[in-house]
Write a protein that binds this ligand. Structure first.
Ligand SMILES: Nc1ncnc2c1ncn2[C@@H]1O[C@H](COP(=O)(O)OP(=O)(O)OP(=O)(O)O)[C@@H](O)[C@H]1O
Ligand SMILES: [Mg+2]
Length: 246
């Protein structure tokens, strides 16, 4: 049975698109067929991170409006067979409504093992469209109070929407910075403040940023593979330890 996972955060720039694409790549490495749906209308990014921008012609709004068939708007990532992406509309005005998105995802999800939905920041209508068909959610935060508060807002909204399988991803973790800013006593305080169980701790890593921004994640995944492979293990319910030393 297929699983729909939304990747969300209250604050912008926490790493949702990086986590969505890296997680999708890790799932494909485990022989899963994965669809990434970019729901960040007007600010899409998964196409760039997955290196398909040069080929991109159609987006999800073209499929829904009947301008093209679904097959025309599905782009397989050349570095990762079995990983497909559906781009968000280039203009925010073409954002897909929650009800239409729900119907669309429910109609097509069974063709994939996983559907990863990259949400826009915040709790607006774009977030609702991204989350509405989700079976489970990942909230991405950085270890800063504004980001954590955004995480709490997202958790509350997801819960209101009836999504209860929610896990926390702490991204861009830098131990020295974390300790020296003294914003939190320890990571448990971060986790307790959001009130969501941790599933992944992703380090600040310039290689992740450099590769994703160049669209090279799929072909040069080795640098980030360990953390995302273990995130997949935890998604599957395997109780394995964190890969980042505290
Ligand atoms: N673990 C990491 N290490 C270093 N840089 C990272 C990491 N994760 C993300 N980044 C960088 O942080 C920036 C924001 O990442 P990303 O675009 O994934 O965030 P986002 O939450 O999707 O943003 P938005 O809210 O605008 O959609 C990018 O420059 C990205 O390369
Ligand atoms: Mg994004």
């Amino acid at each position: 049975m297929s699983q729909v996972i939304v990747v969300a955060s209250g604050k912008g720039g926490t790493g949702k698109t990086t986590v969505s694409t890296s997680l999708a790549l890790a799932l494909v490495r485990k022989q899963n067929k994965v669809l990434v749906i970019d729901c960040d209308s007007g600010m899409r990014g998964t196409d760039m991170m997955l290196g398909i921008t040069d080929r991109l012609v159609y987006d999800v709004s073209d499929v829904i409006s009947g301008t093209c068939n679904l097959e025309d708007a599905l782009y397989e990532c050349s570095g990762a067979r079995g990983l497909y992406t559906l781009a968000a509309p280039i203009s925010a005005e073409d954002e897909i409504s929650p009800q239409v998105m729900k119907q669309f995802i429910n109609e097509h999800k069974d063709n994939y093992d996983y559907v990863i939905v990259d949400a826009p920041a915040g709790v607006g209508s774009g977030f609702e469209s991204a989350a509405i068909a989700a079976d489970r959610a990942l909230i991405v935060v950085n270890t800063e109070p504004i980001s954590i508060r955004g995480g709490v807002n997202i958790k509350d909204k997801l819960t209101q929407m009836g999504i209860n399988d929610i896990r926390l991803v702490i991204n861009r973790f830098d131990k020295d910075r974390f300790l020296s800013t003294k914003l939190y006593a320890d990571l448990d305080e971060v986790i307790d403040t959001v009130g969501v169980r941790l599933i992944g701790l992703i380090p600040e890593d310039v290689r992740i940023s450099a590769l994703s921004q160049r669209g090279l994640l799929a072909t040069n995944w080795a640098s980030s593979s360990v953390v995302f492979d273990s995130l997949v293990q935890r998604l599957l319910g395997n109780d394995i330890g964190l890969t980042v030393k505290l």
